[in-house]
Design a protein around this ligand. Structure first.
Ligand code: RUB
Length: 327
C-alpha cells in the first residue's frame, strides 16, 4: 500500500469515526472527495495495483461508521470503472467523485423545493437530530415566505439538535428546543414531522437517529404527518439482497462519562433506530415525493442495482463498533 498518500484519507476516516464529519450526506461527500484525492496520488505500475490500492482505501472509509448506506453507495459509485489503463481509471474515479458530490448537493436542494410544497403557511414542523435534507425543506419553505415555527429535539447523547437550532437561528426561523422526551407533550401542536435518513430499506422502512421511531409512533397516534427527506443514495440495495441493516452502537461514555464508577450498570448506546414504513406518509427524494412502498423501484432504477459482487459492499467491514442488526 502507498502509505505516504494514505494520510489525508486516514484523517478523513478518523473525522467520520469521531463524528467531526457527520450526517449521512456529508459523510458520503467527504468519502467521495477523499477517494478522489487519493486516486490522484496513487503511484501504480499496473491497473491491478491501482484497483487494489483504491479498494484498500475504500475499506478504510467503509469501516468508519456502519449504518449510513450513503457511505457504501458513494464508495461504490466512485470506485466503479471499466477502464483498462491506470490513467483512464484514475480519470474515471476523479470524475465519478466530482459527479457524486455535485449531484448530492443538487439533490439536497431539489428535496427542499419538492418538500416545501407540503408545508403550509402557519405550520409547526418538528425535526429531530440534524439533517441537511430535512433542513433544506424547512429553509425552502421559509424562503418561499411561509410563516413557520420549528420544534427541534436536543438529540441526546450527541446534541445534534444544537447544530439544528444554530442553523435555524441563522436563517431567522422561529424555533423551540425541547428535550427528546417532550415529543409527546408537544405533538398536538405539530402539523408535520420532517426528518432525514441514514437508510431507506427495500420495504420503505427508515433507519435514522435514535429516537426517530418514537417520534413516528407519537405522530402516528396523534394523526400528524410524518415526512422523510432522503436523497436516492440513502436507499439500500443490500436490503434487496436480504441483508439486514447494521445499527451502530457507540461508546458508553457518550451517554455516561463516569461509567467506570458503576460496577453493575451497562449503558446501551444505539445511534439509530428503525421506523416501520407504515408510520411514514411520504419520502421526499430529489426525484419526487414517493410513498415508502416505492422504495424498491428507487433502488432498482436509480442506483443501477445489479446482482453482482459490488452490491455486497457493506459498511460493517472491519468495524470495531459493537453492532446489532435489524430489518
Ligand atoms: C445523523 C442523522 C441524520 C441523517 C440524515 O446522525 O441521523 O438524520 O444522517 O442527515 P449522526 P443528512 O449525527 O450520528 O451522523 O440529511 O444531513 O444526510
Amino acid at each position: 500500500m502507498n502509505d505516504g498518500s494514505m494520510g489525508p484519507l486516514t484523517e478523513t476516516a478518523r473525522k467520520i469515526s469521531s463524528m467531526e464529519v457527520r450526517g449521512a450526506g456529508r459523510i458520503a461527500r467527504a468519502a467521495a472527495a477523499s477517494l478522489r484525492d487519493f486516486a490522484l496520488q496513487i503511484d501504480a505500475q499496473s491497473l491491478e495495483e491501482f484497483n487494489s490500492e483504491i479498494k484498500d482505501a475504500a475499506d478504510i472509509l467503509l469501516a468508519t461508521r456502519p449504518t449510513a448506506v450513503s457511505l457504501s453507495n458513494a464508495v461504490r459509485m466512485v470506485i466503479r470503472h471499466r477502464e483498462s489503463s491506470v490513467e483512464a481509471a484514475r480519470r474515471s474515479v476523479v470524475s465519478n467523485a466530482d459527479r457524486f458530490i455535485e449531484d448530492s448537493e443538487k439533490a439536497v436542494e431539489k428535496i427542499g423545493v419538492i418538500g416545501c410544497r407540503r408545508i403550509r403557511n402557519g405550520d409547526t414542523i418538528l425535526t429531530h437530530c440534524n439533517s441537511m435534507a430535512a433542513l433544506s425543506i424547512i429553509a425552502a419553505a421559509h424562503r418561499a415566505g411561509k410563516e413557520i415555527n420549528v420544534i427541534a429535539t436536543e438529540s441526546r447523547p450527541r446534541w445534534q439538535g444544537r447544530l439544528t437550532i444554530g442553523m435555524l437561528e441563522e436563517m431567522g426561523i422561529k424555533t423551540e428546543l425541547i428535550v427528546d422526551s417532550a415529543v409527546r407533550s408537544v405533538m398536538n401542536d405539530v402539523d408535520l414531522v420532517v426528518v432525514g435518513a441514514d437508510v431507506i430499506t427495500a420495504n420503505g422502512s427508515l433507519v435514522n437517529k435514535i429516537g426517530t421511531a418514537q417520534i413516528a409512533l407519537c405522530a402516528h397516534e396523534a394523526r400528524t404527518s410524518f415526512m422523510v427527506a432522503a436523497e436516492t443514495y440513502k436507499f439500500s440495495p443490500q436490503t434487496i439482497m436480504g441483508e439486514l441493516v447494521t445499527i451502530e452502537e457507540r461508546k458508553a461514555e457518550e451517554v455516561l462519562p463516569e461509567i467506570s464508577k458503576f460496577r453493575h450498570v451497562r449503558v446501551r448506546n444505539p445511534a439509530f433506530d428503525v421506523t416501520p414504513h407504515s408510520y411514514i406518509d411520504v419520502i421526499c427524494t430529489e426525484v419526487g415525493a414517493i410513498p415508502p412502498e416505492m422504495s424498491y423501484l428507487i433502488i432498482k432504477e436509480r442506483l443501477g442495482w445489479e446482482m453482482d459482487e459490488s452490491t455486497s459492499i457493506s459498511n460493517s467491514s472491519g468495524s470495531d463498533n459493537h453492532c446489532c442488526y435489524c430489518e
